[in-house]
Write a protein that binds this ligand. Structure first.
Ligand code: AHR
Length: 500
């Protein structure tokens, strides 16, 4: 019997809804075709946004959306994407597939998308190849309500009122595709560019995100924080509200990543082991951040995470289109549990990417749409948004086939929502074993329990001909005795248990 202890008296932090955020780049069929279809009458849409995709995304309460990239962001010149569509520049998307980017989706369309989703806006600026003036004017265009050249231009383009930009990224991956910079150089550039990201409206301050590390590059975190804090008054906390972190779960290696759907049991454990590395990354970057920012004014923003496999055979290699199986569901379940447990520092995270690219929640083909196993995890875990993290502990054992890639058998996080309902999200990483679980609360006498489960074979996935192969099922075999519940979790599964 595996015991799961929950201490309702130990409120361990607030889980920001933005931990459940998303990322949409001008990459492959993410924006074009996946979200935005313009005036295409064949696919039902509202102001160009696919109705089916918007409705599905609203179900998972998308809290925030990051756009326009990614690597695309540091080559994006926002003025190309405003004004009459027929006059917008057509250009090559040099990063992603070498296809024509017609700029029909630009700032106005992004704001419309966020309005339809009811989510916060996270715009990523161009520091790599853009100027300070260009970045500053973009912010003025989007957020200034008075009389100014950029506010006037916005109005000429049909948008009278200023929008709210909740988060603004000052460059993306500037250690790589965003300019191949050294940390000291980027940090100085960050200081300069962010100066002109003005706040035009009191109460609507933009949260500025500084480009953080690639995976385990702790030196980047240390040096960027050192330079941004040098001679900076402490109340400005290095001129930033957030520092990003990017980490992708790549089963094999960057040259031969491995197939999304055709993998062995060894690769199952290898992938989960690599996903669990997020715990080490967050803890170690957190420790460095604690040195410069002990009061935790700077959020850790994991604004790109997810599984990265070889592209689906026969698709454009530059489009990064991949399928999504129960393995992705477990990676998402584990990763979101880790973020929940670190919610005192991790304030936002953005899955890469929303539709048709990498670990997507939705895949489309023409007018058809399917929900992936990862979508179902976001659906189950939405209960944690804006909830209070509770202290919890589960006794685990190590499992796995190869010594190098051992993983714990079980993985959990627990929160309490505003109505006092306690939500457990529990993952069984084993491909073969089910486990008896005894959950013990310190105080509460349990009145009722509701549970859902996502379970299937390791490579099970949804297709356009079989869209419901993997779906959430109700789970009723739970016994309640006073402060305890007992149940059995099947292999290869993710459960949500809600205790009333
Ligand atoms: O998500 C795909 C790419 O991965 C992004 O454009 C980039 O930031 C990262 O390297």
């Amino acid at each position: 019997m595996a015991k799961l202890f929950i201490n309702e008296n130990k409120q361990a932090g607030h889980i920001n809804a933005e931990i459940y955020g998303h990322f949409a780049e001008h990459l492959g069929r993410c924006i074009y075709g996946g979200i935005y279809v313009g005036e295409d009458k064949a696919i039902p849409n509202t102001n160009g946004m696919r109705n089916d995709v918007i409705a599905a995304l609203k179900e998972i309460n998308v809290p925030v959306l990051r756009w326009p990239g990614g690597c695309f962001a540091d080559e994006y010149h926002w003025k190309d994407g405003i004004g009459p569509k027929e006059k917008r520049k057509k250009m090559i998307n040099t990063h992603w597939g070498g296809v024509v980017e017609d700029n029909s989706f630009g700032t106005h369309e992004f704001m419309e998308l966020c309005k339809q989703l009811g989510c916060k806006t996270y715009v990523n600026g161009n520091l790599g190849s853009g100027t300070v003036q260009e970045m500053s004017e973009w912010v003025e265009y989007m957020t200034f309500d008075g009389v100014s050249p950029m506010a006037d231009l916005r109005k000429e383009n049909g948008q009278e009122e200023a929008w709210k930009v909740d988060y603004f990224g000052v460059g993306n991956e500037n250690w790589g595709c965003g300019g191949n910079m050294r940390p000291e150089y980027y940090a100085d550039e960050y200081r300069r560019y962010q100066t002109y990201v003005r706040n035009y409206k009191a109460g609507d301050e933009i949260k500025k995100i500084c480009c953080g590390a690639n995976s385990g590059d702790y030196d980047w975190t240390d040096k960027v924080l050192k330079v941004t804090h040098e001679n900076t008054p402490p109340h400005l906390h290095g001129f930033m509200d957030g520092l990003s972190l990017h980490y992708y779960t790549v089963p094999n290696n960057w040259t031969t990543k491995g197939s999304a759907t055709d993998f062995t049991k060894e690769m199952w454990y290898q992938t989960l082991n690599k996903a669990l590395f997020m715990e080490t990354l967050v803890s170690r970057h957190e420790a460095i951040m604690d040195q410069y920012d002990p009061e935790r004014k700077i959020a850790m923003v994991v604004d790109e995470w997810g599984c990265w496999y070889d592209v689906e055979p026969g698709t454009n290699p530059g489009f990064l289109y991949q399928q999504n199986t129960m393995r992705d569901a477990l990676v998402a379940g584990i990763t979101l549990n880790i973020f929940n447990k670190h919610c005192n520092r991790v304030k936002m995270a953005n899955l890469a990417q929303m539709v048709n690219v990498l670990q997507s929640v939705i895949l489309t083909e023409g007018e058809k749409m399917i929900l992936t196993p990862t979508y179902h995890i976001f659906h189950m875990y939405r209960c944690h948004q804006e909830a209070t993290l509770l202290e919890s502990y589960i006794k685990t054992t190590e499992i796995g086939i190869e010594e190098e890639y051992k993983v714990p058998n079980l993985h959990e996080s627990v929160s309490k929502d505003k109505d006092g309902v306690i939500h457990i999200t529990l993952n069984n990483l084993s491909l073969t074993e089910s486990y008896d679980i005894e959950t013990i609360l310190t105080e509460k006498n349990i009145i009722d329990v509701k549970a859902d489960i996502l379970t299937n074979d390791m490579a099970a996935h949804n297709t356009f001909s079989n869209p419901n192969q993997v779906k959430i099922q109700p789970f009723t075999e739970i016994e309640i005795t006073g402060r305890e519940i007992t149940f059995q979790i099947p292999p290869c599964s993710v459960m949500k248990i809600s205790i009333h």
